[in-house]
Design a protein around this ligand. Structure first.
Ligand code: CA
Length: 196
């Protein structure tokens, strides 16, 4: 696992998550069952509409922060169900971690563990649910869709959102990896580190 600077002069490092993705949360209108952000009994067979989201693999900017958008083709996973994954980052000092993600159930407050040269530390991390029209934890609307895919149907009454969340870090830490919380209701599509 690694990441590359967005451009030579950019402070942003876009992490590669493709090998860790274990959830397919996106489907097309032509095949709305090709995706299930939920697990059995909870939002089962619900997904984001691919047509309302950026191209798979594209670098997209949200309020000036670049992210690598995940794949959208049928059959591919495009998000992480958070279960203690450890994600290596290019060893360095960072001021912020930027997240594209959602809760699929209730809004949740959790923490991300930062593993650094002198030990580890926790930073608060909270996400609102994808069908809520408003953020509860100061997130920014990164992408709002025009409809919801559920059980193979296209439902216009719900307009699911992928949130952008900001996590402030102590820039004296020499960070080597991140450990996600263990909360499978939280899903992450992209992570970008901002160098100090
Ligand atoms: Ca899919």
């Amino acid at each position: 696992m690694s990441g590359l600077p967005y451009t030579e002069a950019s402070p942003f490092v876009l992490l590669h998550l493709e090998e860790l993705f274990d959830c397919d949360a996106i489907s097309s209108a032509a095949n709305p069952l090709d995706g299930s952000i939920g697990y059995v009994g909870l939002n089962n067979r619900g997904s984001f509409p691919a047509e309302d989201l950026p191209p798979g693999g594209a670098v997209v900017e949200v309020e000036g922060v670049p992210f690598r958008f995940p794949p959208k083709d049928d059959g591919l996973c495009n998000s992480l169900e958070l279960q203690d994954q450890q994600i290596e980052v290019p060893r360095g000092r960072y001021r912020r971690l930027w997240v594209l993600g959602v809760s699929i159930a209730l809004p949740f407050r959790e923490a991300i563990r930062l593993i650094h040269a002198d030990g580890d530390a926790e930073a608060p991390f909270a996400l609102t649910d994808w069908l809520s029209p408003r953020p509860q934890f100061g997130e920014v609307v990164a992408f709002q869709c025009s409809r919801w895919h559920f059980q193979g149907r296209l439902i216009g009454e719900y307009k699911p959102i992928i949130w952008m969340q900001r996590i402030d870090l102590d820039s004296t830490w020499l960070i080597t990896s991140l450990q996600m919380p263990n909360n499978p209701a939280l899903r992450v599509f992209a992570l970008t580190m901002e160098q100090a």
